[in-house]
Design a protein around this ligand. Structure first.
Ligand SMILES: [Zn+2]
Length: 193
């Protein structure tokens, strides 16, 4: 197919790889590689995205980029799906290729999952939400402890959910060793919600 380009033979491969590697952090508990760059709102599936103008890459989905860099070329019809249900994960071992049907299935499952999660959040008490919001540990650690998804923790931290509590918006990832670098990658505020 004409749109299939092998990024591994791209003249800027080394620079693209370096930029990619600077934008994720491995999370030891889940094995996920958490994207620390920009990412899309949950309405748009919450995927990480990657822009590198010199390499003519603008708004590239981070998990698709991971596949292209570390696995091989894919066409625009190939869908890169997550086994780990974590849209900002870019670990190629957690990704697999599927067709449109698999993608629809996956989205439907995730929508159901998210719907359940939204309702499940009601089960969190206001006290727990305040504790989660103030918790300085990795989001995935917090998520595991409270039995909620990574994105639920993100939404609480970012003030997208439980707004009535009036908690300040935390627009950055917190990571003990990399917090200074992460300041360069503020998370966009979803203005439509
Ligand atoms: Zn993962």
């Amino acid at each position: 197919m004409s749109d299939v380009v092998d990024l591994r033979s791209h003249p800027e491969f080394t620079a693209i790889m370096a930029a990619f590697e600077a934008r994720y952090m491995p999370e030891p508990m889940s094995g996920c590689w958490l994207w620390t760059g920009m990412y899309l709102s949950m309405k748009r599936m919450g995927y990480g995205c990657f822009t590198m103008r010199p390499a003519r890459m603008i708004g590239e989905r981070a998990h698709r980029l991971a596949w292209k860099l570390l696995r091989g070329p894919i066409s625009s019809e190939d869908h890169v799906l997550h086994r780990c249900d974590n849209p900002i994960c870019v670990n190629p071992d957690h990704l697999f290729l599927g067709d449109q049907a698999a993608n629809m299935d996956d989205r439907q499952q995730k929508c159901r999952h998210n719907y359940g999660e939204t309702h499940g959040m009601v089960k969190l008490t206001e006290e727990q939400v305040r504790l989660i919001h103030a918790d300085a540990r990795l989001y995935s650690v917090i998520a595991a402890e409270y039995g909620v998804t990574f994105m639920t923790v993100c939404d609480i931290k970012r003030g997208h959910s439980w707004r009535h509590l009036g908690l300040p918006r935390n627009t950055r990832y917190r990571h003990p060793s990399k917090s200074s670098r992460l300041k360069m990658h503020p998370v966009p505020v979803n203005r439509s919600t």
